[in-house]
Design a protein around this ligand. Sequence first.
Ligand code: UDP
Length: 348
Amino acid sequence: MHIHILGVNGFIGHALARRILEETEWTLSGIDLTSDRLTPLLGHPRFEFRQGDIHRERPWIDQQIARSDIVFPLVAIAQPRRYVLEPIRVFELVFEENLRIVRMCLHHDTRVIFPSTSEVYGMCADETFNEETSPMVFGPTSKERWIYASAKQMLDRIIWAYRTEGLRFTIFRPFNWIGPNQDDTRNDEPGSSRVVTQFLGHLLRREPVPLVEGGQQSRSFTYISDGIDALMRIAENPDGAADNRIFNIGNPDNVCTIAELADHMGRIVSGYPGYEDLMTGLALQPVSAGVFYGPGYQDVSRRRPDIAALTAALGWRPRVGIQEALECTIGHYMKDRALARTEYTAGP
Ligand code: UDP
């Protein structure tokens, strides 16, 4: 098989690329603006990487889609603050560019494995979010943060509708995947990265940890290796079990509130030399969503996946619990940090 990944240097993209090259005989091509996460893979004989902007590389992308068995269009803007600050840019990239890619897949009869998002369920009141039964609940138009979820939801509906014209697809919805190489802990701008990397940066610099709206909202955190296992099974697609399906990919057992997450993470970091006293000085700082992300933000109070569909179709179940997921993620960043100690402003 030949696989093409758009956004191959991203958090999911690079982990998927690595798994494909390490565990299969498949050939792989990919494009991204940057390549920092791909350093160990560049030069691999089965990997062709192109550094560039997907807006400008359409002819090359079209060729890649024509030659591929599967395309993963993973290009997205996954920073909540940018949904509010740059809504049009989010729409152009997330919606318009991806729609072009989906149409190219239809044209070349190439299977597409498309990343929707757990955000499409929005402020759904269900205990667990189910692909077939849960309503999708967004705030008013003036709450601009919903532009990302709306764009992804509309793409899901378009892909679903293209089924009638012969598009072969699987839509997946990641629920708060975490792991090594997610975001840069040195980026301290509020809302600029996802919560685990953001909190780790604050803990390492001994800064107060901001808890949006007090941190009582909950999430189900999913370790990246479990997410990649699911994507590999979807790609392998035994007996067409993933064809034209929508699957949540998350760990329903790893639920915790954001305040609990800060506490868990603080305890793990305090196990590292130089941070033994971290918990005594740990300050948790409640902040309103409007102040933290900017006006137009609305938070999701809980988000837990129903994964029965993926378990039944492909026998997939997540294996990594929350403690291990956080320990592995933090361990990775601490190792990196030891290598680049001088770049940090605080700590030992
Ligand atoms: N959050 C927080 N403080 C931070 C960063 C995030 O309280 O410094 C909260 C955020 O408001 C959300 C949750 O943590 O409720 C998870 O945020 P993330 O951006 O990782 O992903 P989301 O689940 O919102 O897509």
